[in-house]
Design a protein around this ligand. Sequence first.
Ligand SMILES: Nc1ncnc2c1ncn2[C@@H]1O[C@H](COP(=O)(O)OP(=O)(O)OP(=O)(O)O)[C@@H](O)[C@H]1O
Length: 206
Amino acid sequence: MAPETRLRMRAVHKAYGSRAVLRGADLTVSAGMLAGVVGENGSGKSTLLRIAVGQLRPDRGTVQRVSALGYCPQQAVVNDTLTVAQHLRLFQVAYRLPGLDHAWELVDLLGFGAERRTRVGELSGGTRQKLNLVLALMHDPPLLVLDEPYQGFDWDTHQRFWQLAGRLRSRGRSVVVVSHLLHDLQHFDTVHHLRDGRLHVEEASR
Ligand SMILES: Nc1ncnc2c1ncn2[C@@H]1O[C@H](COP(=O)(O)OP(=O)(O)OP(=O)(O)O)[C@@H](O)[C@H]1O
């Protein structure tokens, strides 16, 4: 893998029983690149991302990636009985971070600092999703794989998410985002349409 490449998927196949979802998908993401993955419901975007991060094994094909990554799954993997602050401390230990300054900056940027002592089970859906995103970003990994990370965000937060993604890109991070919104396409360097199990690349017109 070339030094600036952060993720390289080649000829990836995946079927669930007799349903072939991925049929030779290729995706390369380099440093400082913001890549969009789009496609119809059920076309296999989440499957592709789960294979990209190593959560799911492909039936065939190869996946190479840098070891440190942040993955924001579509459904937040959080514990309803713990507070926002307790989640950050838990992930601080998991990521072996010396401090939480960066994590709290992200919380402030996404505008939910007032909820730091709230149990996650009592958060709104959008705020829960904000926490999900912070947990993926707080260790500042070189590769970010985000599956519809802004579901339920209000418009201001949605805009702040894109500012944040732009900042990550300018600092050389690689960001892969699944999006359903036509409006978001303008933010991407490359847009990858998942159709019939393969990715079709378009250079974005920014
Ligand atoms: N664990 C599973 N077992 C069987 N079928 C599955 C499984 N996960 C996904 N599928 C099927 O594979 C197909 C692709 O699902 P996937 O979630 O990857 O699509 P998607 O493009 O992310 O969809 P959406 O836009 O609705 O989020 C769908 O038909 C889905 O029903």
